[in-house]
Design a protein around this ligand. Structure first.
Ligand SMILES: Nc1ncnc2c1ncn2[C@@H]1O[C@H](COP(=O)(O)OP(=O)(O)O)[C@@H](O)[C@H]1O
Ligand SMILES: C[C@@](O)(CCOP(=O)(O)O)CC(=O)O
Ligand SMILES: [Mg+2]
Length: 400
């Protein structure tokens, strides 16, 4: 039996990092995906391998299931109750991955491979199988590649374990369950994730997310009344979410009152942004007012992200370059390099202090010209720009 899981990456419009500390954040799925194709090997065959083929990295690794069983011990359990990977188990998994002596340029994949082995053996046990992984997302750059990998993989694993596509089984995939397993994978990669990335990758669209300690997380759909056009700049500066999240927590320990005020301010920005995105705007004047407010909120959020220490010279370069054209940018995801969002308003003229009741067609022509100009200036700095569709579908699982 073979299945394929496909899950999107994401952008965070407001609230990254603060969300780990209990503030609200707004995230939306984007139309860039990770796919995991999973096939079980027929039982009784000589090779009892568990194999992973990371196509984009041209990296193929395998482990005999008998060896995994010997090292990891019993992994069985109720698959409907996602389990935490204990630190003892993580040490065992890290040892198994370290034996493969990954080339230095791929060393950051170790945590992803530990997450793979943990999720596979926890959900399917030691059944021999093969996973083929491809992704359109730049890895480690703030667009949620780790979550989309964990969600696509968990979706495929649950579908296989529940034999979803066999014998006219009409049971639908349990998205809550997939998201919870993916969260356990994210924990291995991020250390202390909020859960926003696996949630938006699983369910898609745009959400307001707030982590709760004693009860279930609060997840509210945000229904945008206007399409949001985002330009993304990949600064190509590598960084690691786990260490950035840890550095913010350390700063919060050093300056608890100041940091908690910043998290509160970010919480208010997320609340306001969600209301704004959902508010109707009947005419060009209302639309342009709404867009200006949105840009102001993003600008304030970027300032606060700089305050908590997660901006970077490359991010500031993009912020300054777009500011020259009166557009606003903020980092997305963990920061420290990675990707930057630039909001491209539909009403460009009011930004230049001009108001003219131009037709929508002329406005969008102008907006395209301004965007092109900005892209060429940003790319001159050695960065890469692309646009994305915001708020599409979440996890999809297919039978192959
Ligand atoms: N397709 C993939 N295959 C294996 N591991 C992956 C894949 N995508 C992401 N990862 C893991 O996630 C890590 C990047 O996650 P992270 O630092 O959270 O950045 P982001 O989620 O923003 O891309 C990678 O270093 C790797 O360990
Ligand atoms: C910084 C954070 O808010 C988002 C991290 O996103 P990414 O892994 O950088 O795509 C962490 C989290 O919420 O888990
Ligand atoms: Mg991540």
């Amino acid at each position: 039996m073979e299945v394929k899981g496909r899950a999107p990456g994401k952008i965070i419009l407001a609230g990254e990092h603060a969300v780990v500390h209990g503030a609200a954040a707004i995230a939306a799925s984007i139309d860039l995906y990770t796919e995991v194709h999973l096939a079980l090997r027929p039982s009784g065959q000589e090779d009892d391998l568990l194999e992973i083929d990371l196509k984009d990295m041209k990296l193929n690794l395998s482990w005999p299931c008998s060896q995994l069983k010997e090292v990891l011990g019993d992994c069985s359990g109720d698959t409907t109750l996602p389990r935490l990977c204990t630190s003892e188990k993580l040490d065992l998994l890290s040892g198994i991955v370290a034996e493969k002596k990954l080339p230095q340029e791929n060393i950051q994949l170790s945590s992803g491979l530990c997450a793979f082995l943990f999720l596979y053996t926890s959900i399917l046990g030691f059944k021999p199988g093969k996973a083929v992984v491809t992704s359109e997302l730049p890895m480690g750059s703030g667009l949620g590649s780790s979550a989309s990998f964990c969600v696509a993989l968990s979706g495929a694993l649950i579908a296989l374990s529940e034999k979803l596509f066999l014998n006219a089984n009409e049971k639908k995939i349990d998205l809550e369950l997939v998201s919870k397993w993916a969260y356990e994978g994210e924990r291995i990669i991020h250390g202390k994730p909020s859960g926003i990335d696996n949630t938006v990758s699983t369910f898609g669209n745009m959400i307001k997310f707030k982590k709760e300690v004693t009860k279930t997380n609060s997840i509210t759909p945000v229904n945008s009344t206007t399409p949001l056009k985002m330009l993304i700049t990949d600064t190509r500066v590598g960084r690691n979410t786990k260490s950035l999240v840890a550095s913010v927590s350390e700063r919060a320990l050093r300056h608890p009152h100041a940091m908690s005020s910043i998290f509160d301010a970010i919480n208010s920005i997320s609340d306001e942004l969600a209301l704004l995105v959902e508010s109707p705007a009947a005419d060009q004047v209302a639309i342009s007012e709404k867009e200006e407010k949105l840009m102001e909120l993003m600008q304030m959020n970027q300032g606060l992200l700089q305050c908590i220490g997660v901006s970077h010279e490359s991010i500031e370069t993009v912020v300054r370059t777009t500011m020259k054209e009166k557009l606003v940018s903020k980092l997305t995801g963990a920061g420290g390099g990675g990707c930057v969002l630039t909001y491209v308003p539909t009403c460009i003229l009011p930004l230049y202090g001009l108001f003219c009741p131009l037709s929508f067609f002329l406005q969008s022509e102008l907006s395209a010209a301004v965007t092109e100009n900005i892209i060429s200036q940003i790319e001159e700095c050695g960065f890469r720009c692309f646009t994305v569709e915001v708020g599409g579908s979440g996890l999809q699982v297919f039978s192959c």
